[in-house]
Write a protein of this length. Structure first.
Ligand SMILES: [Cu+2]
Length: 120
């Protein structure tokens, strides 16, 4: 009887191990996917203009840019980030920001805020 119980216990724990492996979940990729924002520069205006955009801490932000002239984007994070873009279509990436708070993304050429990133 004792022996039967012991082997039953062995089988049960073996099953537990197997199912533990099977239940392992894939890590969710939501927080690692970059936030994509389309930005258009035209003359002395930019779209979006001052919009608030929520991002997660550490989440990269991809700016898909269409511009009639090359320029530079200034990200008021700590440390600051300066991103140059070319005339035409291009993509620049703002590196994920670790500190929660509001970070302004500006064009100094136009003296305008493009988006305010709300880092949570
Ligand atoms: Cu600035």
């Amino acid at each position: 009887m004792r022996r039967t119980l012991a082997s039953a216990a062995v089988i049960l724990s073996a099953l537990a191990l197997v199912s533990a492996c099977g239940d392992e979940e894939e890590p969710t990729s939501d927080s690692t996917e970059p936030k994509v924002i389309e930005v258009t520069f035209e003359g002395d205006s930019v779209t979006p203009s001052g919009d608030r955009v929520e991002v997660s801490r550490g989440q990269d932000v991809e700016l898909k840019i269409t511009a009639d002239t090359a320029g530079e984007i200034h990200v008021h994070s700590d440390p600051e980030q300066e991103l140059e873009y070319a005339e035409g279509e291009s993509t620049v990436t703002i590196e994920g920001i670790d500190q929660p708070g509001t970070v302004e993304v500006e064009s100094h050429e136009l003296d305008k805020v493009i988006v305010q990133l709300e880092v949570r």
